[in-house]
Design a protein around this ligand. Structure first.
Ligand code: ZN
Length: 505
């Protein structure tokens, strides 16, 4: 290995380690830290963030990258192009980070921290007027951020890029419009058969220790490795990785509803499986993460929905669940349980939405973010636009802004451009699953038996091991032979819900 490349790698490893130290502090903050520790913890995290920012944007680092790049170009021992991929990603991240000056980053962080506190109280009291001036400031900052990053006419592109590299607003809009066109009539047809699916069995007292035992069981059944993992308890579930051999997932337990823990755990296990299976050679570099937020989400949705809400999955695993809860589920059977966990019900809250209506919650947010950013929608008119949009898409209207426009934390982030990746995850997942089934007979054979071995082998080859080496569009094209589209999801959803609700597909 050339000295210049070795020096670059040492620098990159150091910055990566600082980032992982911050991740441990954040994980601990959410899971174990006493609330009184928060001020000190924020100082520690701010210190780490400053160190990381300095080392990620300095002129000296820029020189290291270029010297390393020259060394890589000179040698052809680049072991399958890994060094070239790393240099490409480092250049990309460096260039993007340098577009935001230090004082802007600080202004954004301070405004967002204070907006977050205001949002919490505004939501608690359903008082949008309190949050409004802060959201106005945040929209201005997002607009400034988009201009600083630069774009070719559509400012939203610059923000979307931060979560889904290479995706354009126009392309996402086209796919989402198609999803809307295909999904809304399906949801309406289902609404005409309200009694077809009954989910009462899920809402009973379920002792939390039983939920925890089954969550661990089912997470390991789908392929999450507890030898290199850990399941913790939090208010807002997430997955985080400190390295491929230490990938933590978290969930929450509702004593009278099985769904949040069950499907939340499967969801985070999907994220965790991705991180546990990136190639070891990518360790301690930015290549060790996922390809994008949308691709990461595809792995969690795959496990949560395409696997975890499938009929064969519950045929195989319902008996074990029943053994944990004989009093609650003794009279139920796998088919009834499968139907219950797939009930479609237009609702107000995104995080509780079913598989079919979920994307429509995202389409609404995607459209409103663009309208605010482009100046077509004043922040003061946002609650009304939200309620109109939800009525048009799902036929429901929130009784107050707490269940409406104030429900999500993201806009205090401000994180414009992040929401679409949730729905992109659903679409990627359906497209990847269709390709996996077509390419590998072991995928279907295993899934029919409630096992994921065949699917994980295919995903490992096509998705997991690459980490961030492939941009999302290239990953999807190589794995499925086509760019991202809506058709695989629509085929999947039509077939599944026509069967469940007795519709003509
Ligand atoms: Zn997720």
């Amino acid at each position: 290995m050339h000295d210049a490349y070795r020096r670059l790698l040492a620098h990159v490893n150091t910055v990566h380690d600082l980032g992982k130290a911050a991740a441990v502090l954040r994980w601990d903050r959410e899971t174990h830290m006493p609330k009184a520790g928060d001020p000190a913890r924020i100082e520690q995290l701010t210190t780490l963030r400053r160190l990381i920012h300095e080392r990620s944007t300095s002129d000296a680092y820029g020189d290291l990258i270029e010297a390393g790049a020259a060394a890589v170009a000179d040698t052809d021992d680049g072991a399958d192009g890994l060094a070239a991929d790393l240099v490409r990603v480092l250049r990309y991240d460096f260039d993007r980070a340098r577009r935001l000056p230090e004082d802007f980053v600080v202004r954004m962080a301070e405004t967002s921290a204070r907006a977050r506190t205001v949002w919490e109280s505004a939501r608690a009291e359903a008082d949008f007027a309190r949050f409004r001036p802060w959201l106005e400031r945040l929209v201005d900052l997002q607009r400034e951020m988009a201009e600083r990053y630069g774009h070719a006419g559509e400012p939203y592109d610059a923000l979307l890029e931060g979560y889904e590299q290479g995706a354009t607003t126009a392309a996402v809009r086209a796919v989402f419009d198609a999803v809307k066109r295909e999904t809304v009539p399906l949801v309406q047809a289902i609404a005409e058969r309200p009694g077809a699916v009954d989910d009462a069995v899920l809402r009973q007292p379920f002792p939390v220790d039983g939920q925890q035992a089954f969550a661990r069981h089912i997470a390991s059944q789908v392929g999450y490795d507890f030898e290199r993992g850990h399941l913790g308890t939090v208010v807002h579930p997430f997955a985080t990785s400190f390295g491929r051999d230490d990938v933590r997932i978290t969930t929450r337990w509702y004593p009278d509803d099985l769904r949040p823990a069950l499907f939340g755990t499967l969801h985070e296990a999907g994220h965790g499986i991705y991180e546990q299976n990136t190639h070891p050679a990518l360790a301690r570099t930015p290549l060790a993460g996922g390809a994008s937020s949308g691709i990461h989400e595809s792995q969690s949705r795959m496990v949560e929905n395409l696997v975890g809400r499938s009929r064969p999955f519950w045929r195989a695993h319902f008996p074990a669940l029943q053994r944990h809860f004989p009093a609650q589920l003794g009279a139920c059977d796998a088919e009834r349980f499968y139907r219950a966990v797939n009930k479609v019900q237009p609702s107000l809250i995104r995080v509780e939405a079913d598989e079919l209506t979920y994307n429509l919650h995202i389409v609404l947010r995607f459209e409103l973010e663009q309208a605010m950013l482009g100046g077509d929608l004043a922040v003061g008119d946002l609650p009304a636009a939200w309620n109109d949009g939800l009525r048009n898409l799902l036929g429901v209207v929130p009784p107050s802004d707490r269940e409406g426009v104030l429900q999500d934390v993201h806009w205090s982030g401000p994180s414009f451009g992040y929401f679409p990746t949730y729905a992109l995850g659903n679409l990627y997942a359906a497209q990847l699953m269709e390709a996996a089934r077509a390419q590998s007979p072991a995928v279907d054979a295993d899934l029919e038996a409630g096992q994921t071995g065949g699917l994980l082998a295919w995903l490992h080859d096509q998705v997991h091991r690459h980490g961030r080496r492939l941009p999302p569009a290239e990953l999807v094209q190589r794995a499925t032979g086509a760019p991202l589209g809506h058709t695989a999801f629509v085929r999947y959803a039509r077939a599944k819900f026509a069967d469940l609700y007795g519709l003509h597909a």
